[in-house]
Write a protein that binds this ligand. Structure first.
Ligand code: 5AD
Ligand code: SF4
Length: 490
């Protein structure tokens, strides 16, 4: 969500006349888009700001802005801790950034503007995309759940859903500019349809499944993913839509958080492990090769060795293709932060290591099962960065796995954004290898755009909150300057 907000910030600034600085340039403006989900993300900002302080003294015209969840949480504190910051803006008003920068410059005084509620959908702002081949599209913002560990609802507010027509218009706008893969974004995509901002739209529990099916009708859209669903609200119609819509990828990110029903209750996560595992069974019955990933928190307050053993047991049974594992991090203002029986850090850390060891073993076993199978890969831009990848390019398979493949003579012709088909020859816990010959290489418009360092610029879609939309604004020309990294966290 934050990565995509950064694309909005970039679009907004480019629209206001700013030009992206080259990597080694002295930028006139530095914007930090911050995260507050865990303490380590939270702490990073002040370290980074201290690094910039001498730079700011050296170049008085330079401006520094801090936005995102940590700014929303810390408000004036940002300025108290780092008085050399020029603008602090929150999650609800990223659209104000250019005006706040102007005002700070004109008044020679720092500006802090934090709103309690969303001013406008971020999608009503232009976006400068990081990637030529893969794009994020928000279906909703905010979250109506109250997981006791989570700071998101207090910083992102109540859920507001976009009109399906606006979501699809944005998907089409990306595909028109060559994008092949879209990831639909929401804190809880299964609740999509129950909180439409447009009062004219009837509530619709089946809206997310309908949206997936509608994505299936978009010519040129090859891969559709989404994140994140919530096990409590995950319904069979979504599984059916996934299985029956060919461009929806056989991949599901389904946060477990804990394998102990007692802890799930304390987390205020309303599903239980039997339901969770039942969903995985149904998904695999409908899509036998689906790769299922998850999020797990270790050391939630009150977690006993028995609770943790239950998590290990569910992990063993769930056979996740990968897991994002987190040590519980108390977030100020959340109910869990003040619960009794906080687990000592050394116990959390020891359990965390055991969980990682188990999941690594499962990742490796699951990945080894794929040796000998054919994989269609969307080539990604970070090829060549990792040592494991020496002499190979990198792509993502339809199920989301990372594959390092040997391209030999064909390598020079294969660009990020192109599609290749190859055969898996080896496996590691976090990636696969394909060292045989390439069965096919398809040059794509996304590959052309990447080669020319062009990434999409999408125009605002829809209108302000609470008002019926009038359809998308006309699209601008594809921008031909700017970031060519193509990096995308999808
Ligand atoms: N401590 C540790 N992990 C957390 N997450 C959210 N809040 C916390 C917290 N306070 C994890 C959850 C969530 C992911 C995005 O971050 O697993 O799914
Ligand atoms: Fe946080 Fe729970 Fe909402 Fe996810 S569903 S954003 S964990 S409150």
């Amino acid at each position: 969500m934050n990565v995509h907000d950064s694309e909005r910030i970039a679009g907004l600034l480019e629209d206001a006349g700013y030009v992206r600085a080259a990597e080694d340039d002295d930028a006139d403006l530095v914007v930090f888009n911050t995260c507050a989900i865990r303490e380590n993300a939270d702490n990073k900002l002040y370290g980074n700001l201290s690094h910039l302080a001498p730079e700011k003294t050296r170049r008085p015209g330079m401006q520094i802005a801090v936005g995102g969840c940590l700014a929303q949480k810390d408000k004036d504190t940002v300025l108290r801790k780092a008085p050399w910051v020029d603008v602090v803006f929150g999650t609800h008003n990223i659209g104000s950034l250019p005006a706040l920068l102007d005002r700070a410059r004109h008044n020679e005084e720092a500006q802090v503007e934090i709103l309690d509620a969303l001013e406008a959908f971020p999608s009503t702002l232009p976006a400068k995309r990081d990637s030529a081949y893969s794009g994020w599209v928000s279906v909703s913002v905010g979250c109506n759940n109250t997981c006791t560990f989570c700071i998101v609802p207090s910083l992102r507010g109540k859920e507001v859903d976009r009109r399906p027509g606006d979501v699809l218009a944005e998907v089409k706008a990306l595909v028109d500019q060559g994008v092949l893969e879209v990831t639909l974004l929401g804190q809880n995509v299964n609740a999509y349809g129950m909180s439409f901002a447009d009062p004219e739209l009837p509530r619709n529990r089946g809206a997310f499944a309908d949206l997936l099916r509608a994505c299936g009708d978009i010519d040129g859209l090859e891969r559709v993913r989404f994140t994140s669903p919530h096990p409590a609200e995950f319904t069979d119609d979504v599984i059916d839509a996934m299985a029956q819509t060919p461009n929806v990828c056989p991949q599901l990110h389904m946060p477990l958080q804990s394998g102990s029903d007692r802890i799930l209750r304390a987390m205020r996560r309303s599903y239980r492990t039997t339901k969770f595992l039942g969903i995985l069974d149904k998904v695999r019955a409908a899509m036998p090769h689906a790769a299922i990933t998850t999020d797990i928190i270790v050391g939630f307050p009150g977690e006993t060795e028995e609770d943790f053993a239950a998590t290990l047991d569910v992990v063993e049974r769930a056979r996740f293709s990968s897991a994002f594992t987190f040590q519980y991090s108390p977030r100020p203002g959340t109910p869990a932060a003040t619960m009794p029986d906080q687990v000592p850090p050394e116990v959390v850390s020891e359990r965390y290591q055991r969980l990682i060891a188990l999941q690594e073993r499962i990742c490796l076993t699951e990945n080894r099962n794929l040796i000998g199978s054919e994989a269609e890969l969307l080539v990604v831009a970070d090829s060549g960065r990792k040592s494991a990848n020496t002499g190979r390019l990198t792509g993502r398979s339809r199920d989301g796995r990372l594959v390092h493949f040997r391209a030999d003579d064909a390598a020079a012709a294969i660009r990020p954004g192109d599609v290749v088909v190859t055969t898996i020859t080896d496996a590691a816990p976090h990636h696969l290898m394909a060292d045989g010959s390439i069965a096919s290489h398809r040059r794509t418009r996304a590959g052309d755009a990447h080669e020319l360092s062009r990434t999409p610029m999408t125009a605002p879609v829809g209108v302000g909150l609470g008002m019926p939309g009038m359809g998308p604004a006309p699209m601008p020309e594809v921008a031909s300057t700017g970031c060519s990294s193509g990096a995308c966290g999808a």
